[in-house]
Design a protein around this ligand. Structure first.
Ligand code: DON
Length: 559
């Protein structure tokens, strides 16, 4: 039997109580925003069949595995933040990958103690035990209204009958070509005739359809036990991986209490560890609470946002990891007194060099994928889900005979304390590799609610994610709807490297010069940050807006 653990964390931190009635009004329409229109359609199909937002979450996730294989998959994991309208129940479903039992602290290092290039990203050793199948079964059984088989039907059809390759997918496959070429199954599926398929080519994933069917018919049991588990292990062995039958049988999905906080009268419900995002978001808001952002000039506003991000990412690097393995000082990190101390070290006229913050770990010297979707049904149930294989198409290796792409989530561990990972994040002992441990994540599915309405927020983007959620939260509180939030330019700081990352429109020439004058180093990279999928619902006007980031090719729809 697959075990589901329910953890009620002691760190349900509420800085001030803001009460909202469980009897929230019902939205006039249902809304779905996801990274590809066919996945949003799969969700609406299931809603039309009598399903609720949680059934739709299964449908959208399963469809994304098929139509956006770069972002997530049955071979990966993710987080689902749920809100049930009937009783206000909120839960964080942690289906994060787990390090296999044979994992060791130094497994990604060579004899000289330095990381072996590519080992934690491109090999079967990079893969944690996947959680997606457990998530599908759990969402359907505990929160859904339809059988799992019904909710997974659209995805199975898309995999079996195929769908037309779209330009972004053709580009992505082409970019990953050298990685796919190492895996006979990946080559056969993604490189027909040895090349990335042309736009319009009908991409069929017959083996993936069969694997999805195993889950649809037999739930988590079908994936983690019996003949299918044998097949996964045999396939992993061929790829020189280290998973065992016991690793699959022991996989545990965990229901966690979300982190909660308040900011300017809004209630924020967000991701607890093993995500770093919720702590980063709430601590950054606590720091910013000491400023009147609306009164600051635009440079100083950006400066204090960046300085708060620098500080929360220093703490990420130092303290955060899987809470089953490390004691995280959550109460302290989320205390307004702690934030006041962090704020006190911010000078308005000068950037603080990251090296001068306490707790510096070491020298630091990428690729992006993952996917996020948001759902609101007509009953008011909500889902914010971030699911991932980590890098684009994970390792690029397909488990033989299954059509399942293997994640490279092990790279989210600090493979060596102080060594940057693919997102150039550094980490300490708290996030070192250990058997059965969950790698620290930045994924931050979040609800922000005030008496004016709600926002369902989230994005892929690796280390950039908490910054996007922070900016999105501030934008929403200042009156932006989902469209305004996805359009807004983005800036970011993650402590190390000690630099401001800005989209081209993120800083005007004047702001840039002024920030440089205060001591910020600015990097014009990456050209775009994230792929937010957002729903906002304004209680006054009853306007529901589902918006998909123009940086991606998704679609927000209401119906
Ligand atoms: O869990 C994490 O933080 C990463 N594996 C997420 C990766 C990601 O968002 C890649 N994005 N564009």
């Amino acid at each position: 039997m697959l075990t589901v653990v329910r953890l009620v964390a002691a760190w349900c931190v509420v800085t001030a109580q803001v009460a909202f009635s469980a009897e929230a009004p019902k939205p006039p329409v249902a809304a779905i925003a996801s990274a590809y229109p066919l996945a949003s359609e799969a969700g609406f199909e299931v809603l039309a069949a009598g399903g609720n937002a949680f059934d739709a979450a299964v449908a959208v996730s399963a469809a994304l595995c098929v139509v956006e294989p770069r972002g997530s998959g049955l071979g990966g994991g993710g987080f689902y933040l749920l809100h049930r309208a009937s009783d206000g129940h909120e839960v964080f479903v942690d289906a994060r990958e787990v390090a296999p039992a044979a994992a060791t602290r130094d497994m990604f290092l060579g004899p000289d103690g330095t990381p072996i290039a590519g080992r934690s990203t491109d090999t079967a050793l990079a893969a944690g035990i996947p959680g997606e199948a457990a998530a599908f079964a759990h969402l359907a059984a505990k929160y859904g209204r339809l059988p799992l088989k019904r909710s997974m039907q659209p995805a199975i059809k898309l995999a079996r009958e195929g769908f037309p390759v779209y330009p972004r997918l053709a580009e992505d496959i082409n970019r990953k070509k050298p990685k796919f070429e190492r895996s006979p199954d990946a080559r056969r599926i993604f490189l027909p005739k040895g090349e990335a398929p042309p736009v319009g080519y009908i991409l069929k994933q017959t083996e993936l359809a069969r694997s999805l069917t195993v889950v649809a018919e037999n739930g988590a049991e079908g994936f983690y036990h019996g003949a299918f588990a044998d097949k996964l292990i045999a396939g992993i062995r061929q790829l020189d991986g280290i998973w065992s039958r016991e690793d699959l049988a022991n996989y545990k999905l965990i229901e966690r209490e979300p982190l909660r906080g308040t900011y300017h009268g809004a209630r924020i419900v967000t991701a607890p560890p093993p995500s770093s995002g919720g702590i980063a978001l709430l601590d950054a808001l606590n720091i910013l609470d000491g400023y009147d952002l609306a009164q600051l000039d635009s440079v100083t506003r950006k400066h204090v946002i960046l300085e708060s991000l620098r500080r929360v990412h220093r703490d990420r690097a130092e303290y955060l990891g899987d809470p089953a393995f490390v004691k995280i000082p959550v109460d302290r990190l989320l205390s307004p007194y702690y934030a006041a101390g962090q704020r006190a070290s911010i000078r308005l006229d000068k950037a603080t060099p990251s090296d001068l913050l306490p707790g510096y770990i070491g020298d630091t010297s990428s690729g992006v994928s993952t996917t996020h979707f948001a759902i609101l049904d007509r009953e008011g149930n909500r889902v914010a889900a971030s699911i991932t294989l980590n890098a684009w198409f994970g390792t690029g290796l397909v488990i033989p005979g299954t059509g399942i792409l293997l994640n490279n989530e092990m790279d989210d561990f600090a493979v060596k304390p102080g060594e940057p990972n693919m997102y150039r994040l550094v980490g300490a002992e708290a996030n070192s590799v250990a058997p059965g441990k969950r790698p620290l994540s930045s994924m931050t599915p979040t609800f922000v609610e005030s008496d004016k309405g709600i926002a369902i927020l989230g994005s892929p983007g690796g280390s950039f994610i908490p910054s996007m959620i922070l900016l999105g939260t501030l934008n929403w509180l200042e009156g932006a709807d989902a469209t305004g939030i996805v359009l807004a330019p983005r800036i970011h700081h993650q402590y190390q490297p000690d630099a401001v990352f800005a989209e081209p429109a993120g800083l005007s020439a004047e702001e840039r010069a002024a920030l440089e004058h205060r001591g910020h180093k600015i990097r014009d990279w990456p050209p775009t940050i994230g792929n937010m999928q957002i729903i906002t619902w304004d209680y006054g006007s009853q306007k529901v807006v589902a918006a998909s980031d123009p940086r991606g090719v998704g679609k927000g729809m209401t119906r």
